[in-house]
Design a protein around this ligand. Sequence first.
Ligand code: ATP
Ligand code: MG
Length: 648
Amino acid sequence: MTQTKIPVDPAFAATAQITAESYARDYAHSIADPNEFWAEKAQRLDWITVPTRIDESNFALDDFRVRWFADGELNVATNCLDRHLATRGDKTAILWEPDEPNEPAQHISYRELHARVGRLANALRKLGIRQGDRVTIYLPMIPEAAVAMLACARIGAIHSVVFGGFSPDSLAGRLADCDSKLVITADEGRRGGKRIPLKANVDEALKRPGTTAVETVLVVRHTGAAVPMQMPRDRWYEAVVEGQPDACAPTAMNAEDPLFILYTSGSTGKPKGVLHTTGGYLLFASYTHACVFDLREDDVYWCTADVGWVTGHSYIVYGPLANGATTVMFEGVPNHPDHSRFWDVIDKHRVTIFYTAPTAIRALMREGAAPVQRTSRASLRLLGTVGEPINPEAWRWYHETVGEKRCPVVDTWWQTETGGILISPLPGATDLKPGSATRPFFGIRPALVDANGAILDGAAEGNLVLLGSWPGQMRTVYGDHARFLDTYFRTYPGSYFTGDGCRRDEDGDYWITGRVDDVINVSGHRIGTAEVESALVAHPKVAEAAVVGFPHDIKGQGIYAYVTLNAGENPSEALRKELIAFVRQEIGAIAGIDHLQWAPGLPKTRSGKIMRRILRKIAENLPDQLGDISTLADPAVVANLVRERRDA
Ligand code: ATP
Ligand code: MG
């Protein structure tokens, strides 16, 4: 495929914190002397005890540890709140935009947020929550979600946020896995005009075995729906925080004390309870947030993720608040009340930095340019994406139609496990290439290895590993350290295996090609799913595509494509042939699609990622072997695809 390069915008670079020169110099320093580099960066945080020990990590299995700032002490909540009060007390910390555009938005200042966190933290202590106890947060996208996270952090409780779209069974599994003592929920959630019965789901979940550690359920009154309260277990949130003082003495936490557990989105299998700790995580979240988004004091920053995902943890709550930023929290969805909602919210709040996912961009692109063009978006200066490889076509639409070529696009590659962004352009420093996450962040040493673990040099394609630790790295799988070592450190001894395939081009830029498990081997040629999908999406009638391999007598594996058309387009035999020919022409004869199935919808995780492992089973016609489907957003999508596959 032709590769375009979009050079750094000189006007952007002129005022940017990091330029091409400073990136090159500081990156070299971060690799040559990580201890010196990170000791200096650690000064961004307010420490109770400043660390003298920096990186003590070792990936060798006989002496394994991931450990940063081991003698440092701090509190995450004071770093996100108290230290801003003197200079930013009246600045908006959280700008909350409700599901319904006609309802008022809320501007919560740093002072007010500090007080709300203090009251809840005191209430939690009174309810018997102690340092190290697990608290599950099952809330909609309302300010109380951030308040709850920070209140836990203030008293050293470990939070586990569970996305509000999860079912009672999924919630129960996550409550049981970490023996949660307390749940914070709401009467109901709202998303796109629909109600989600959160409290009823909690009631159901608590009937499941393994959840008996839960002693208390705090219920935020959000929609006002009548919900049964089971005393003394269930308590109204408002009632328990009422009368509590705003001031709450923070617990001094060791840098390596746990901050939170978060279950991965489950694209490849059963979710893992990823454990992050205090010092390294907060430093990495805040520093990457400041650099990748070139953060300025007056920015209005909006990340559209849900707090139930790591993106919401690092880039709605902890990173932005540690940096004293104004962070937008949006309760709704991109298509309610119509497909202009994102852009309307940007205009309403004069958003300057916008960070979303390829799945949302593709869904909006499907509706054409009109819903975008009827808005101004003049306040925007930077765009970002995360979650999946972004197809170059979607990247261009984002850059040209949404950003009108004024705004750099940062394609940020990272994982729940990494805590923060590892590979991404820096907008004032890096030339952009649609579809490439480009360069490693400071301190990050990516490498490509072949199947035997040999490191590949120069332009190459292989499995993406990281050769050393970074402060935001996960420390363990909660309650299952063996699974942690097995999943990430045994495949290529001495390095962290990401599970992703990747290509490095002649310029040294990185292109994530998809999950290693998803790579298709056609007649001995390795084909990344992302490449074929991007070729399909480049066709003007295609909105979204997912590609998997299936057993093929002659080629070993054949290519099976699922295609969703743009709004208003209809499937036909002629179009099927046209698409197959189109992909051959874009990539080459090797990318001959063997089967093309029309897919009105694709199976996705609740965070919007395509679940190719399920599509593989459908392609193989093994619908009874779909595996764990608990993280599937819409099971009906799968049932439809299975039926059509069978009837084909
Ligand atoms: P599980 O680990 O449970 O299977 P998951 O991997 O989807 O679920 P996450 O941690 O949310 O859970 O996702 C991280 C993965 O998302 C990465 O490993 C990568 O495959 C993909 N990803 C994230 N950002 C990007 C990006 N900018 N470009 C390409 N891929 C990305
Ligand atoms: Mg993963």
